[in-house]
Write a protein that binds this ligand. Structure first.
Ligand code: ACO
Length: 334
């Protein structure tokens, strides 16, 4: 353990969205729904869907490749890969191992973090702690999901929400004397609320069987109405905590990059911070909820189109199954 913590910073980002787009009108031909119902309640008009045979690890590897290029890092420079997903390729091994092979991260230890929509921020927190302590020098953090594989396309209360994609960031020590870097990461969990959002079958408690398949118990189930209330309350609370821990006030925040679950949740969180929607990075209309990929995809888009620039204070905030929630504040740049 280093006596003086090393400040971690984000050196580069990357993202990947599959080519195929499923619109609300397409969905209205699959279940009893409509664009008129979906868009006003969620802010979603379309979502990307992985091609047949295109797996979470493929999307993760592409996003990771782009993040490495943006950071000017070689695969062999990476000494840790932390991967956030709830839709890994297989129950075993960790999808991080498959991504490590695909990217040739020959010097990296690789493991998965399962914290649903909070997953990328949990993984960022892990990466930050490794860099702070000196245990790792260059960490690739990836959030990737093939939600289309674990979504029940007959359940209109959930299938309208989710999409596929991947996002990634390279975390490493900030440059000497720099004021930039990750200023705060905060995480929270309330395991008593797990029944609100879960997949019943397919784990060791209820292995997949012909009965579970017939009863469609291997897909995401959610009490959306109750989740909505917890999402707003917990995201607002942890966002305020992260801003305080960063030594800032809400007016110092230039950009909020929230988890893209529902536009109305995003608006409520911005309101709780007295932040205008002009400060919010939102791509939910095109992507839907990509769970662990949502924040790194939105972040990468805002970095690449020049909205987020060095010196900007960026707040991340997320909420998901577990229940879990998390936030982080980054002064952009190395
Ligand atoms: N099309 C048409 N009607 C629908 C649809 C649909 N797609 N879905 C539900 N309805 C109907 C319901 O059956 C219900 O009808 P009823 O009143 O006759 O029973 C009515 O619409 C209202 O349903 P609600 O569920 O109360 O609708 P609500 O306004 O809460 O919106 C939504 C639902 C969009 C899911 C919202 O609750 C939400 O976004 N919740 C948060 C989800 C979330 O953030 N999850 C966490 C992240 S996910 C993760 O971690 C993996």
């Amino acid at each position: 353990m280093n006596p003086v913590p090393i400040r971690a910073a984000i050196a580069g980002t990357g993202s990947y969205l599959p080519e195929k787009i499923l619109t609300n009108d397409d969905l209205s031909k699959m279940v009893d729904t409509s664009d008129e119902w979906i868009y006003p309640r969620t802010g979603i008009r379309g979502r990307h869907i992985a091609a047949p045979g295109e797996n979470t690890s493929d999307m993760a590897a592409e996003a990771g490749r782009r993040a490495l290029a943006a950071a000017g890092a070689a695969p062999e420079d990476i000494d840790l890969l932390v991967m956030a997903t709830i839709s890994g390729d297989k129950p075993l091994p960790a999808t991080a191992c498959l991504v490590q092979e695909k990217l040739g991260l020959v010097n990296a230890t690789a493991f998965d973090v399962l914290a649903a929509c909070s997953g990328f921020l949990y993984a960022l927190d892990v990466a930050r702690q490794y860099v702070r302590s000196g245990a790792a020098r260059k960490v690739l953090v990836v959030g990737a999901e093939k939600m289309s594989a674990i979504t029940d396309w007959q359940d209109r209360t959930t299938c309208i929400l989710f999409g596929d994609g991947a996002g990634a960031a390279v975390v490493q020590p900030a440059e000497g004397g720099s004021e930039n870097g990750i200023l705060a990461t905060c995480t929270g969990t309330d395991g008593s609320l797990w029944p609100l959002l879960n997949i019943e079958a397919g784990g060791s408690a209820l292995p997949a069987s012909p009965e579970t398949l017939a009863a469609r118990r291997g897909f995401v189930r959610m009490d959306g109405h109750t989740i909505f209330k917890y999402a707003v309350r917990n995201m607002a609370g942890i966002a305020a905590r992260a801003v305080k821990e960063a030594g800032l006030s809400t007016s110092d925040i230039d950009w909020i990059v929230p988890h893209q679950a529902n536009m109305r949740i995003i608006q409520a969180v911005a309101k709780s911070m007295d932040a205008p929607m002009e400060k919010v990075v939102a791509n939910i209309e095109r992507t839907g909820n990509t769970t662990a990929a949502s924040i790194p995809v939105a972040l990468d888009e805002a970095v690449r189109d020049g909205r987020i620039r060095p010196g900007h204070n960026v707040l991340f905030v997320a909420f998901g199954a577990g229940l879990t929630w998390a936030a982080g504040v980054v002064r952009w740049g190395l």
